[in-house]
Design a protein around this ligand. Structure first.
Ligand code: TQI
Ligand code: CA
Ligand code: ZN
Ligand code: ZN
Length: 172
C-alpha cells in the first residue's frame, strides 16, 4: 500500500500547474535537450494520473521544483556517496528540491538493459520515483509500484502501478 509523509503534506489543491527548472546540469554528461525530454516524460506519467500539470521553466527563481545533479556533500546535509548506494533524493511538499548523484552512470532514453556498465542507472525510472516524493508520496509496500523502495541497475521501471495512481489521486 502507498504512504504519505508524516502529516500528509501536499502542494496546495488550488495550484494545478507546477513549474520545474533543471539546474546544475553541467555535472552530468547527458546533454541538456535529452535531460528536458527525460524529465518531461517522467512528469507526464504523474500528470496523466491527476489533474496536475507540469511545465519546464528556464529560471530557477520562478520554479516550484528545482532539479540538479550534485556530487558528495552539496550543502543540504544529505551527502551523496559515489556510484550506486543513494542515487537521488527529493524533499516532501512544498520544498521542491530534487537532487541526483552526479557520480552515477546515468542512462537516458535508451535501452538501459543493454548499457555497457553493470552499474548503469535509468534516469527516467529514478525521476518518476523521486517526483512521487516531490508530490507527497512516501514508499509503498506493493512490489511493482513505482514507490516500492527497490530499484535494480540496468532496469527500466516507469509505468505507474494501480497503487501509485490510487495514492496520488487520494492526495490531489
Ligand atoms: N533515494 C532514496 C529514495 O528516493 C532516498 C530516500 C530514502 C527517501 N527514504 C526516503 C526519500 C523517504 C524520500 C522519503 O527512496 S535512493 C529508489 C528505489 C532511490 C531509491 O537513491 O535510494 C529509487 C532513488 F525506490 F528504487 F529504491 C530512486 Cl526508484
Ligand atoms: Ca550514489
Ligand atoms: Zn541534496
Ligand atoms: Zn524513495
Amino acid at each position: 500500500l502507498y504512504s504519505y509523509f508524516p502529516g500528509s503534506p501536499s502542494w496546495p489543491r488550488s495550484k494545478k500547474s507546477l513549474r520545474y527548472a533543471i539546474t546544475a546540469a553541467t555535472e552530468t554528461t547527458i546533454d541538456r535537450a535529452t535531460l528536458s525530454r527525460v524529465f518531461a516524460s517522467a512528469f507526464a506519467r504523474w500528470s496523466a494520473a491527476t489533474t496536475l500539470n507540469f511545465t519546464e521553466t528556464a529560471s530557477a527563481s520562478d520554479a516550484d521544483i528545482t532539479i540538479g545533479f550534485h556530487s558528495g556533500d552539496h550543502g543540504d546535509g544529505e551527502a551523496f556517496d559515489g556510484p550506486l548506494g543513494t542515487l537521488a533524493h527529493a524533499f516532501s511538499p512544498t520544498d521542491g528540491r530534487f537532487h541526483l548523484d552526479a557520480s552515477e552512470a546515468w542512462v537516458a532514453g535508451g535501452d538501459v538493459s543493454r548499457a555497457s556498465l553493470d552499474a548503469a542507472v535509468d534516469l527516467e525510472s529514478v525521476a518518476v520515483h523521486e517526483i512521487g516524493h516531490l508530490l507527497g508520496l512516501g514508499h509503498s509496500s506493493v512490489e511493482g509500484a513505482i514507490m516500492y523502495p527497490t530499484i535494480t541497475s540496468r532496469t527500466q521501471k516507469v509505468e505507474l502501478a494501480n497503487d501509485d495512481v490510487v495514492g496520488i489521486q487520494s492526495l490531489y
